[in-house]
Design a protein around this ligand. Sequence first.
Ligand SMILES: Nc1ncnc2c1ncn2[C@@H]1O[C@H](COP(=O)(O)OP(=O)(O)O)[C@@H](O)[C@H]1O
Ligand SMILES: O=P(O)(O)OC[C@H]1O[C@](O)(COP(=O)(O)O)[C@@H](O)[C@@H]1O
Length: 300
Amino acid sequence: MIYTVTFNPAIDYVVRMDRLEPGSINRASQELIQFGGKGINVSTVLGNLGTESVALGFLAGFTGRAIEAGLSAAGVRTDFIHLPEGFTRINVKIKAGEETELNGRGPAIPPEALEALFRKLDALTGGDILVLAGSIPASLPSDIYERILERLDGRGISAVVDAEGDLLANVLKYRPFLIKPNRLELGGMFGQTLETLDEVRACAAKLQERGARNVLVSMAGDGAILLDETGRFHQAPAARGTVRNSVGAGDSMVAGFLAGWLDSGQYESALRLGTAAGGATAFSDGLASRDAVEAVLRTL
Ligand SMILES: Nc1ncnc2c1ncn2[C@@H]1O[C@H](COP(=O)(O)OP(=O)(O)O)[C@@H](O)[C@H]1O
Ligand SMILES: O=P(O)(O)OC[C@H]1O[C@](O)(COP(=O)(O)O)[C@@H](O)[C@@H]1O
């Protein structure tokens, strides 16, 4: 079974307008709600592709209840821990020519709730896949992903980590099956702005040397590169289409990659389905549907 963990889910409130003027009243020409947070997006797109998963994590308040109801209406299995105080954040994504994002902090996660998550993770067994994705609320220690992988180490569970900075750097020693930084996040880990593909490849190789088995670097409209565990580089140009809303494109790529890998055991096919899912989300208003992914696949 695939389990996704989202420490800091979010309602993504996506608004479109011609122009954003700071300091004045801006009115949206279109608005849309997505039940998000990185692990949740991965579960949703996996479900759309016909691959079952269980979404784990923490929810609070009315926004948390809305996410749980929305996921279950979409047929996604969930097993969230409900926090006693606060509310799940609302992340505002403004599309006004360029994209501006305002991501909330999220509720505090008390030690008992964290312990409850650890107990759920203790039930995972060999062959399971665990996706740890997204930021963590400020109340948690920054080594939390590391602690989870330490606890699961040696049990035959494949980890997928989509996170930034130290959250990602500190798990590499546990040999995660897959990591998926985007180009900006990858460069940030080395204090560099990555301009050329050679620079991207060199940084991906450094993360593999530190322990990651497969390194998938997404580069939005410039596609992605994969350094697979055999040391081979694969390059995948982005799909072509009209971009509508790229929120969740990276998570969709992770979902497509996993579904493709489970189906074929081939990295090339996994990357192809990842590229199609990422593109299909970028070309849709919400996350990629199965039909949208299949339509993009036919163009690759
Ligand atoms: N503008 C786009 N055109 C086509 N494909 C895109 C576009 N944006 C994203 N994608 C696809 O989705 C993948 C992940 O997107 P990216 O924006 O790099 O991830 P993240 O959301 O994690 O920053 C890309 O590698 C690409 O395949
Ligand atoms: O946990 P973080 O890093 O704040 O990111 C959360 C945001 O990322 C998203 O999961 C989208 O991520 P991607 O665009 O990178 O795929 C949104 O749904 C959510 O608002």
